[in-house]
Design a protein around this ligand. Structure first.
Ligand SMILES: [Ca+2]
Length: 417
């Protein structure tokens, strides 16, 4: 009398029809269609649906929880005499139920909130009815894990699929967020690259300047002009004579333009004054430092009466400040007179520091600053363009009086010994 079929529907993520039991009941030539389904969805772990279509009348549908065989509970029911769905008060918080019913047809839905009910619960659909002769009848159909093993597995798979879908959606969101982060990072990186490029440009230009500037002055060095600036001891902008007698001369005194006042005190001569592009005194401390490091060759270039002269010495040493910058000088060669020998062993004097052998101050008397002895055979720090003995004097021979020059360069060069 009963035709029963179970099938597991095609598994889709959204709605998996887990099982359908179709009961065809023929009661004295009258047909009853009674089905049940358990379907998982996104909110509930499952939906049990009992459906009756019949030519019987006065039907009443109920769903029982028969998990505990000794204490089955009527979860929900609906009757043609009581068309509102009735739910067991103790189950209100774990199931939802809906339904509708007429004299011949009815449907009762129960949604389960507890995974336990979906995975391990046992339920029963019950249909009460009266046949055409007024005889009552009952049909019950079970839905249990034991009989619905496939449904349970499929349900579990569907749960996993739902979770995977959620994870997938979260992953998509995270990916989107990462994309946005990536965009921000790309922007930041671009801006850093621009800055790096600027820094690189600055470094290159600084490097070029340094290469142009050079850091040394040595004999035979490659050069573009006869005088080139360079960084002496990595800190002092100095001037190199790159050509005279093979070049490599660090210029310590230069008077070619007359735009720098040389009548100065001890401190100025100690530290130096002027700049390589004008006239300058490099400074007594530097001269001492260089001559104590092997820069012992001294050359003095002069112009007198539009004629070039030079005096060169193979041994030139200047002591430190505590010795008042006393000079040692010897080994003359040149095309003028050795007007420095008179000054060897002499201390340096300025108008405010009289270290000379004269009763008066040679520096004041001759408007200069020099290694004055009893005064001078040379006075190259004297007054610019001064025709008197206060000018830039140099003796051109032993008997002649001094002459004033119009150009001087004093320079020293390293000699390996
Ligand atoms: Ca004196």
């Amino acid at each position: 009398m009963k035709n029963f079929a179970v099938f597991v529907g095609t598994m889709t993520l959204q709605a998996v029809c887990l099982s359908v039991c179709l009961i065809l009941v023929v009661v004295q030539c009258q047909v009853l269609d009674f089905t049940r389904e358990l379907t998982p969805d996104d909110i509930y772990c499952g939906n049990l649906r009992c459906v009756a279509k019949s030519s019987l009348n006065n039907i009443n549908i109920a769903i029982y929880d028969t998990t505990d065989e000794d204490n089955s509970v009527k979860l929900a029911s609906i009757s043609v005499f009581a068309p509102e769905v009735s739910v067991d008060p103790s189950k209100n918080n774990v199931i939802d139920a809906t339904g509708n019913i007429s004299k011949y047809d009815g449907v009762l839905n129960v949604w389960f909130l507890k995974d336990f009910d979906c995975l391990y619960g046992a339920f029963q659909c019950e249909l009460d009815f009266f046949d055409i002769n007024g005889q009552s009848g009952v049909i019950r159909e079970n839905l249990t894990p034991a009989t619905e093993e496939n449904a349970t597995i499929v349900y579990s798979l569907a749960q996993i699929a739902t979770q995977l879908k959620k994870h997938s959606e979260e992953t998509d969101k995270q990916l989107e967020a990462l994309k946005q982060d990536n965009e921000v990072l790309k922007t930041v990186l671009d801006s850093i690259l621009v800055k790096v490029s600027r820094i690189d440009g600055l470094l290159n230009s600084t490097l070029e300047k340094e290469q142009q500037l050079g850091t040394s002055c040595y004999r035979g060095m490659p050069h573009k002009s006869s005088r080139e600036t360079f960084l002496l001891q990595e800190k002092l902008l100095a001037l190199c004579d790159t050509e005279t007698d093979g070049g490599g001369w660090t210029i310590i005194q230069r008077r070619v333009r007359g735009d720098v006042d040389f009548y100065r005190g001890w401190g100025d001569y100690k530290r130096g004054f002027g700049t390589p592009d004008t006239d300058f005194w490099i400074g007594n401390d530097i001269i001492h430092s260089l001559t104590s490091q092997g820069y012992n060759q001294l050359r003095i270039d002069l112009v007198y009466n539009e004629t070039k002269f030079f005096a060169q010495y193979t041994n030139f040493i200047q002591a430190d400040e505590s010795s008042a910058y006393t000079i040692t000088i010897s080994g003359y060669s040149g095309n003028t007179y050795d007007s420095m020998s008179y000054h060897k062993g002499s201390k340096f004097s300025t108008f405010d520091r009289d270290n000379d052998q004269h009763p008066e101050s040679c520096a004041k008397k001759y408007h200069g600053a020099w290694w004055y002895n009893g005064c001078y055979a040379s006075n190259l720090n004297g007054a610019w363009a001064d025709a008197n003995d206060t000018g830039m004097g140099w003796y051109f021979n032993q008997t002649n009086h001094r002459n004033n020059v119009s150009f001087t360069e004093m320079k020293i060069r390293y000699i390996s010994r």
